[in-house]
Design a protein around this ligand. Structure first.
Ligand SMILES: [Zn+2]
Length: 353
């Protein structure tokens, strides 16, 4: 990564970030918007709202009150721990294994579910269909992550429905994890348009197209970090004391094994890497200091293709010709759902009790 590039003086976003717009102090637009948006959050009111939601679902299911997507990372582990021990919810932990999970993470998932005394189901889709979807996504859009971005929530909703659960509580943090809206987008209309001439759509129905009316009205989903302050020092302390988590804030983030490769592809198209915005998010949220983040990003964002890149692409069923013209490929070349309809659907889903 060239080090003569200009970066935000507060987080680490580089000048290649879309509309980065540094002010006279060198602070980027994203940092300024963050400050505005998060200065006025009334956490007490939010937690009250969360308690109201949980009260509504507690002891309402046959066996489970809530489904918790559980990857073994700090956020989902803490979410599961809180729901079980603080909020007295009967949880079903749901692990989605795309085949790119660290073996250690899978061992931890099993061990932790047992320790917490919660039931665990894992869904591991067969590799051939997944690979076909990864391959098509990569050829069409220059990235393969769309396959999981659509499959994972579908699998989560379906698991909830299959177990008679009407509430999903996840540990996904928009502040820390959400990709830049300027570079990344996916909805199922867009996904269908990418896949349509390459599959018999019935082949994809089960894994990719959970009926949207059920998502809207039959199953409610909330993300815990939107309702309570996500205090990472406290989270690590709790997990290490209670669950032998064995990690600290200084450890590098746990990710899918595909992330270095997807970050490299992402950088070819956007001019910056996924680790750059992920660690910028962490600096902004006060999780890690700027210098530390810069050092990790320097290590994790390779200048060329990461180790094993060609093998990785080969494992998805592609050869290196898929890289031809990759800079021009984008998910935005495909028609997406109408924005107004989408925003309306999101608003309705929030209103559903
Ligand atoms: Zn910034």
């Amino acid at each position: 990564m060239p080090e003569d590039i200009r970066r935000c003086t507060r987080c680490i976003l580089p000048e290649s970030y879309p509309n980065v717009d540094f002010d006279e102090n060198g602070v980027c637009r994203v940092c300024r918007e963050f400050e505005e948006k998060h200065a006025a959050v009334d956490w007490k009111a939010r937690e009250k709202k969360l308690e109201k939601i949980l009260d509504r679902y507690r002891r309402r299911g046959l066996k489970y009150d809530v489904l918790v997507p559980f990857s073994g990372g700090k956020d989902s582990t803490y979410t599961l721990w809180l729901l079980k021990n603080k909020y007295d919810m009967r949880c079903l932990a749901f692990n989605f294994d795309n085949g790119f999970l660290d073996d250690d993470a899978l061992v931890f998932v099993k061990k932790t579910a047992r320790k917490l005394g919660v039931d665990l189901v894992t869904y591991t889709p067969a590799r051939d269909l997944l690979n076909k979807v990864y391959k098509r996504a990569l050829e069409a859009t220059g990235e393969f992550c769309a396959a999981c971005v659509v499959l994972m929530p579908t699998a989560i909703f379906r698991a909830a429905e299959n177990h008679g659960i009407r509430l999903i509580v996840a540990g996904f943090s928009d502040i820390l994890e959400a990709p830049p809206p300027e570079t990344s987008y996916m909805d199922r209309v867009c996904f269908r348009n990418i896949m349509k001439d390459h599959f018999d759509m019935r082949e994809l129905e089960w894994d990719y197209f959970f009926p949207s009316w059920k998502r809207m009205f039959k199953v409610k989903q909330v993300n815990l970090p939107n309702f309570i302050p996500w205090n990472l020092p406290e989270i690590y302390r709790t997990l290490n004391e209670e669950l032998d988590f064995g990690k600290s804030m200084k450890d590098v983030r746990y990710d899918c094994l595909g992330t270095p490769h997807s970050s490299y592809l992402f950088r070819l198209r956007t001019g910056f890497g996924k680790y750059e915005y992920l660690y910028a998010n962490m600096v902004r949220a006060g999780v890690i200091d700027r210098e530390e983040a810069l050092e990790i990003v320097r290590k994790r964002e390779p200048k060329g293709p990461p180790d094993g890149f060609e093998e990785f692409i080969g494992a998805l069923g592609c050869d290196m010709s898929v890289m031809d013209g990759i800079e021009e490929k984008s998910v935005f070349n495909f028609k997406t759902r109408n924005r107004k309809l989408r925003d309306l659907a999101i608003r309705i889903r929030r209103l559903v009790p």
